[in-house]
Ligand binder design. Sequence first.
Ligand SMILES: [Zn+2]
Length: 55
Amino acid sequence: MEFTEIYCNNCKKTLGRYNIRYFSDAKIAELIKSEYAEHHREGHEISISRVVKRP
Ligand SMILES: [Zn+2]
């Protein structure tokens, strides 16, 4: 399974992992603005990466 991982470089933690099957890039961008607005507001550097998990 492939996931999009949202990571905050300032907090040094993973904010969330989302299955790419259900979350498009546009949806991820929306999530960052809504769910993770506080990081965004404080000017934190958020990086998005693709991770592959094998069962
Ligand atoms: Zn942060």
